[in-house]
Design a protein around this ligand. Structure first.
Ligand SMILES: Cc1cc2nc3c(=O)[nH]c(=O)nc-3n(C[C@H](O)[C@H](O)[C@H](O)COP(=O)(O)OP(=O)(O)OC[C@H]3O[C@@H](n4cnc5c(N)ncnc54)[C@H](O)[C@@H]3O)c2cc1C
Length: 139
């Protein structure tokens, strides 16, 4: 099996094929693996370049399913840094919003910044949309 490109798609794809018993050759045009989800060092510091968050780790979601196929070593799980807050959004008006893994905490946080009636169903919709999309992709 020949895999062209060592971005996350190529690396995971190659690993999946290898797990399924194929002999795999991965060719990457760049100097290192990672593609749009890589990192680099400058002046002794490490920088992430591109993707920094890894959605889809919940049970049944794409990354969880891939980890099961490639029999991801749970010991390596310690390398995954589960963030909570998941991310912080810095708005131009200098108001910051933290997004938490607990939707209720996120709703409280967003409601403080945007005290709008009916913000709660909007936030729930924002949370449900990607979940539904990812679950649909997984099936
Ligand atoms: C700034 C930025 C932030 C992002 N943040 C997030 C995030 O937080 N969370 C998230 O989920 N996603 C994020 N993304 C999107 C995510 O990084 C990409 O969707 C993902 O990395 C794409 O992976 P890929 O393997 O499909 O393609 P790529 O990463 O583009 O990899 C393709 C690889 O193929 C190589 N290649 C191309 N042509 C050839 C050839 N002919 N022969 C050999 N090799 C070749 C390239 O050098 C490259 O390494 C971000 C993207 C960017 C740019």
């Amino acid at each position: 099996m020949l895999v062209l490109g060592g971005g996350i798609g190529g690396v995971l794809g190659a690993h999946i094929f290898e797990t399924l018993g194929f002999k795999v050759l991965l060719l990457e045009a760049g100097k290192r693996l990672g593609g749009c989800a890589t990192s680099f060092q400058r002046d002794g510091l490490n920088y992430n370049a591109g993707a920094t968050t890894l959605p889809g780790l919940y049970p049944g979601f794409p990354i969880d399913r891939i980890f099961k196929i490639i029999k991801f070593d749970p010991k390596l799980g310690s390398l995954i840094n589960l963030l909570d807050p998941v991310c912080e959004v810095h708005l131009a008006n200098r108001k910051d919003i933290k997004i938490y893994s607990d939707p209720n905490k996120t709703i409280q946080e967003v409601s403080k910044t945007f005290p709008i009636k009916d913000i709660k169903p909007f936030i729930i919709l924002c949370i449900r949309l990607p979940e539904t999309f990812l679950l649909h992709l997984s099936n």
